[in-house]
Design a protein around this ligand. Structure first.
Ligand code: NAP
Ligand code: BGC
Ligand code: ZN
Length: 355
């Protein structure tokens, strides 16, 4: 069967014929339909994040997938059921406590591998196997868009952590800003609108006309250009934000978010930057952080309840949103084009099969 792999020293992801996997006891066999590409995949390919499975000379890419159960292999799943796999798996022979309590997304490094990212093969293949407990059933209507459930679930988790950090007092957020108009940022804007936020802003650094700005505005949100307003100026130009999602990976944003927040506000940091030194007025930011009861939370990955919430969110999206976000669909043999980037591209997806 065909799989899309990276190998040490190879310049780009490519198609490789590999053996179709046989499910172990407790695992189901899944026929993959579509696998999305995100910023993390590009970081993995560049060697800046993740790594190969132990002893392996290649990594099958892909962590945003949707597929159909081909062989339930004695699990509770039905053949033909549409499923989305979660990303984290226990390290072979390692600790499993976070998995046992259903919170693998909170496990520290060393307690997990991530399929398609770090230490385990991913889902960019015609067939994959997975323990049934990591396959989330999805309604058939989401066969083409369901690979968006994984990135949306990352935002669901961030929102859960943000709300939890404000749960000790009465917190009624009204304004929210997403930093970043990449696929994760746009899905976050969609999620906030679906969650009932009326005043939503999205930060980018693009000139009009631009397809991401069109999506932001069609969602009823306000586009803000980071080249015109710094995060510190935005509260005066627009308004202070009760909630901020950082999805640029631009390191200064993590700290400048403190300036952007309203008193009692919370910023959830999702971007994963490379190493970078920055100069900041740390004293002022620290003081502002404390005297205004602000909060920052880091958030990575997601667990099954976040995937379930993401299914509801995807179903609540206006129909045009997924269509506009999924700009490019490629066959596996078009892998070279699939990993190209550009301002006209939002979410590229590789289609292995259809329902
Ligand atoms: P992406 O495609 O790289 O998107 C990042 C976006 O941020 C781009 O559209 C970029 O604009 C914009 N941006 C960067 N610097 C900016 C600045 N100074 N001002 C305004 N806009 C700026 O990545 P993605 O797939 O959407 O993911 C976003 C980040 O989240 C990445 O770092 C990714 O690794 C991380 N991530 C984290 C999780 C998690 O669970 N924590 C999950 C998924 C992804 P241009 O396109 O115009 O350059
Ligand atoms: C994935 C997450 C993963 C994170 C860090 C994101 O792109 O969607 O599942 O935990 O990268 O590797
Ligand atoms: Zn991702």
């Amino acid at each position: 069967m065909r799989a899309i792999v990276v190998t040490p020293g190879s310049e780009a992801p490519h198609v490789r014929e590999i053996d179709r996997p046989d499910p172990d006891p407790g695992e189901a066999l899944v026929r993959i339909l579509r696998v999305g590409i995100d910023g993390t995949d590009h970081e993995v390919i560049a060697g800046g994040h993740g790594g190969y499975p132990e002893g392996a000379s290649r990594l099958v890419l892909g962590h945003e997938a949707i597929g159909v159960v081909k062989d339930p292999n004695g699990s509770d799943l039905d053949a033909g059921q549409l499923v989305v796999p979660t990303v984290r798996r226990p390290v072979e022979g390692g600790p499993t406590d976070y998995f046992e309590r259903g919170e693998p997304d909170m496990a520290p490094e060393g307690h997990y591998v991530e399929r398609g990212i770090a230490g385990a093969h991913g889902f960019m293949a015609e067939y994959v196997t997975s323990p049934a407990e990591f396959l989330v059933p999805v309604p058939t209507a989401l066969a083409e868009t369901g690979f968006l459930i994984e990135p949306i679930s990352n935002v669901e988790k961030a929102l859960t952590l943000a709300r939890a950090s404000r749960s000790a007092f009465e917190w009624d957020p009204e304004s929210a800003m997403v930093l970043g108009n990449g696929p994760l940022g746009l899905l976050a804007v969609g999620l906030l609108r679906a969650a009932g936020f009326d005043r939503v802003y999205c930060l980018g650094r693009r000139d009009r006309p631009d397809p991401t700005i069109d999506i932001v505005e069609r969602l009823g949100a306000t586009y803000v250009d980071s080249r015109e307003d710094t995060l510190r100026e935005i509260p005066d130009v627009h308004e202070p934000m009760d909630l901020v999602f950082e999805a640029t990976g631009h390191a200064p944003h993590a700290f400048e978010t403190i300036d952007l927040l309203a008193p009692n506000g919370v910023g959830a940091l999702l971007g994963i930057p490379g190493d970078r030194s920055i100069t900041l007025d740390g004293g002022r930011l620290h003081r502002e952080f404390v005297l205004s009861n602000k909060a920052l939370v880091g958030s990575v990955n997601s667990s099954v309840p976040h995937f379930r919430a993401a299914i509801d969110t995807l179903e609540a999206f206006p129909e045009w949103l997924a269509e506009d976000v999924i700009t490019d669909v490629f066959a596996p043999d078009e892998v070279e084009s699939a990993f190209e980037t550009g301002d006209d591209r939002i979410k590229s997806v590789i289609e292995f099969d259809t329902l």
